[in-house]
Design a protein around this ligand. Structure first.
Ligand SMILES: Cc1cc2nc3c(=O)[nH]c(=O)nc-3n(C[C@H](O)[C@H](O)[C@H](O)COP(=O)(O)OP(=O)(O)OC[C@H]3O[C@@H](n4cnc5c(N)ncnc54)[C@H](O)[C@@H]3O)c2cc1C
Length: 412
């Protein structure tokens, strides 16, 4: 029976534990926190968007970094398999907008409980000990070291997570272990993280816009790096919300002013259609002040901001607005621009971009190409995807693949 040590009882480690046991291994799981799944419990705002109900090709379109590397893992353990895994363990799931899958109970704790009790029922042992070092002899892993001593294993699966929300336990130990074994780690940067703007957005704080279009442009090259229609949110420092988080995954070389954001507040209308719409509102409110003429078109909180940026006097009468001013207003509503100052810090990122270089890992087994019997799974790898349940599915799929190969004798 192969003895396997798994470092980290998060999404990848817990899933790997069950599958390594199912493949006949004796499994010990090491977790530095006093209980497993601390980050999992806060996923999906405590509801846990556990996967995305799509097929593998569609899934791959939502992986930002190194999708091809994940093909074998995702094909071996699909979103459908994830649904089956949890439903068989007494957690019914439901599909919401954007094919996002959640537990019917809306409780992330139910997901952790299912993973945890599955591992225990299959005989896995958990040790709440912080791993300090991975032990190696003659180019292969022989075990690991914690504050309480050394443990021998036939294989070790590194599932220490990323570098964000460090209070959950994922604070970069895995990268240190990998570097100490000579394994390359690509630069770690925040992904799925809010954006800071040069412009003061404090007056708009809390305003959520639905069905707007967001474009992010690299100013120097003029290249559009991201464009999507959906939902966004203003904060005291800039912008956030689903679309903004996705857009952040495409920004790797941030310096203040390099990127510009343009929000189309009326993506369903062409400029000419919007102009006609404004004209008809101006006709309706012709004797009112300008600031009181936009209520049919814009949310109340946005009106003073748009009025200020339009340069049209807020107390000027609507019937005094010139055609040029109106066209300027149309242009503003079709492209409300902001300058990107930066991204929020990595600790506020939903995922870490960068990690164990995929060129160092066999994509068919998740084993290190240079250190035998060392496997990787989850966010510690240089893979990341959009929001929508994709990142947890990546943790589960890579966890299962690593477990399968670490556990099976014929791979020795
Ligand atoms: C606020 C938030 C919400 C999110 N919501 C979603 C969502 O709804 N859907 C989705 O798909 N993704 C979501 N994500 C992303 C997702 O949570 C992660 O991608 C996923 O948890 C990664 O799994 P993992 O097992 O690789 O790492 P983690 O779940 O972070 O687990 C790593 C574990 O390793 C342990 N560990 C680290 N170092 C050591 C050590 N030296 N010794 C022992 N143990 C160690 C840590 O304590 C931790 O428990 C969210 C992330 C955040 C921050």
């Amino acid at each position: 029976m192969r003895k396997i040590g798994i470092i980290g009882a998060g999404a990848a480690g817990l899933m790997a534990a069950s599958w390594a046991a199912l493949y006949g291994a004796e499994v010990t799981l090491f977790e530095k926190n006093d209980r497993p799944g601390k980050k999992l419990r806060i996923t999906g705002k405590g509801r846990c968007n556990v996967t995305n109900a799509c097929d593998v090709p569609e899934f791959m379109k939502n992986v930002v970094a190194n999708p091809k590397f994940l093909y074998a893992a995702l094909s071996g353990f699909t979103p459908e398999d994830t649904v089956k895994f949890f439903e068989e363990r007494g957690v019914p799931l439901k599909v919401e907008r954007g094919r996002r899958v959640f537990p019917v109970s809306d409780k992330a704790d139910d997901i952790v409980r299912a993973l945890w009790s599955s591992a225990l029922e299959l005989g896995c042992v958990i040790r709440t000990e912080k791993v300090k070092e991975i032990l190696r002899e003659d180019g292969r892993v022989t075990g690991l070291r914690t504050g309480r001593g050394d443990y021998s294993f036939d294989a070790v699966i590194l599932c220490t997570g990323g570098n964000s929300y460090q209070s959950t336990g994922s604070d970069g130990d895995g990268y240190r272990f990998a570097r100490s074994l000579g394994i390359r780690v690509t630069p770690l940067i925040p992904s799925l993280v809010p954006m800071v703007t040069e412009e003061d957005t404090a007056p708009l704080m809390g305003l959520s816009l639905k069905n707007v279009s967001l474009k992010v442009k690299h100013r120097e090259s003029g290249k559009t790096v991201f464009m999507e229609q959906g939902e966004m949110l203003f904060t005291h420092f800039g912008v956030s919300g689903p679309m903004v988080l996705s857009a952040s995954a495409h920004i790797h070389d941030i310096i203040p002013g390099r990127y510009g954001i343009a929000v189309d507040l009326k993506p369903a209308l062409s400029e000419a259609e919007l102009d006609r719409r404004i004209l008809s509102d101006f006709e309706k409110y012709k004797n009112k002040d300008f600031i009181n003429a936009l209520g049919d078109l814009l949310p109340q909180k946005l009106i003073p901001y748009i009025v200020a940026r339009s340069g049209i006097p807020e107390r000027g009468k609507v019937n005094e607005i010139t055609k040029e001013q109106r066209h300027g207003l149309v242009a503003l509503m079709k492209g409300l621009t902001f300058t990107l100052k930066g991204l929020r810090p990595i600790d506020e990122a939903i995922v870490t971009s960068g990690g164990i270089a995929v060129s160092e890992v066999n994509p068919s087994t998740m084993e290190s190409k240079t250190v035998k019997d060392l496997y990787f799974a989850g966010e510690v790898l240089d893979v990341d995807a959009y929001t929508g349940g994709y990142n947890l599915q990546i943790a589960f799929s890579t966890g299962v693949l690593a477990a399968q190969h670490a556990a099976m004798e014929e791979y020795d």
